[in-house]
Design a protein around this ligand. Structure first.
Ligand code: ZN
Length: 318
């Protein structure tokens, strides 16, 4: 999601919050399962486009995704164009409604004045579903544009998991995950399948590992954390557009990956980068200390797990 910023935390630390309250704090609609999608051909389709910045075309270093750096202004425009390419491709294959979730930093990166006018934009922070805000509003499928590989990945541009300054590793029910796995699992709770990801070769492989059959647009080949061979922007947008079109055409024809299901309850383990982070985050009711840098908790379902995960990361003192 972000480099150094603190993910949004809605819990007040001076109030003793129980896990039951966290679950209760989730809007009721979270627990209302949408209608199951028919596997036959569809005539309309509402698409959620979840967008991060590190996997956007041409991005290779932190300066380019940091709002305080001059380089950032160039790349937020390029980010907007990557999203437009995805919308164009999806629309040409029959997607009829678009909601874009801006999921990087403070969720205010995409230039609304340059965004395809067919799309609504979920922006600003905090929001209940953060990087997949809008997923609970009758969405049929999701794209992940500009994503990056999980923390610790080899040859992955700006690899991290949620907070590069705090989080070393995250496990979902025992499986090491990055932001793709986390967010695709929230989508899966609502029976929303992940259809496409764009980014470097490593996040593409990570996404395929979680969701066999997901379409990938590899817009750069990482040679390390801060270096990559990038496609020319025109070629990159063309690739995103064609991949989006194929993903939606297959979806409309009833051929698509299954929604990613974690099973319930959801056990989340978070290894931080330093011990004081675990010291401060383990105060979340229900969290237990596993070792010096690691805390673990269990949640009733994926939306509750996502809120609790964001809470422990927000509580972690740097
Ligand atoms: Zn990210």
């Amino acid at each position: 999601m972000v480099n150094e910023s603190v993910p949004s935390v809605t819990l007040q630390v001076n109030h003793v919050v129980t896990v039951a309250e966290i679950v209760l704090a989730v809007p009721r609609r979270v627990y209302t399962k949408p209608n199951l999608k028919p596997t036959t051909e569809k005539s309309t389709m509402k698409l959620l486009i979840a967008v991060d910045m590190e996997g956007i075309s041409g991005v290779v270093n932190w300066d380019q995704v940091d709002p305080s750096h001059a380089e950032y202004q160039r790349f937020r425009a390029i980010m907007t164009e990557d999203v437009n390419a995805a919308i164009q491709g999806a629309a040409s294959a029959g997607a009829s409604e678009f909601v874009v979730a801006d999921g990087h930093w403070n969720s205010s990166n995409i230039l609304i004045e340059r965004l395809d006018p067919r799309a609504n934009l979920n922006c600003g922070t905090p929001s209940p579903f953060s990087m997949v805000q809008g997923v609970d509003a009758g969405v049929d499928a999701a794209f992940f544009i500009g994503y990056h590989a999980r923390a610790g990945s080899l040859n992955a541009i700006l690899d991290h998991t949620w907070s590069s300054a705090r989080v070393a590793n995250v496990w979902l029910n025992g499986r090491l995950t990055g932001e793709f796995g986390l967010n695709a699992s929230v989508c899966g709770h609502f029976d929303v399948p992940a259809l496409m990801v764009s980014g470097d070769q490593t996040v593409c492989a990570e996404a395929r590992d979680w969701v066999p059959g997901v379409e990938v647009a590899q817009v750069k080949k990482a040679a390390g954390r801060w270096s990559a061979e990038c496609l020319p922007l025109e070629a990159s947008r063309q690739l995103i557009q064609e991949t989006a079109e194929r993903a939606v055409r297959n979806f409309m024809g009833g051929k698509h990956p299954q929604p990613l299901k974690t099973g319930t309850p959801v056990k989340v383990k978070v290894e931080f980068l330093a011990t004081q982070m675990a010291d401060s985050s383990v105060i979340l009711p229900g969290a237990v200390r596993v070792d010096g840098r690691t805390v673990e908790f269990s949640a009733a379902d994926m939306p509750a797990a996502y809120l609790a995960f964001r809470s422990v990361v927000g509580l972690a003192l740097r």
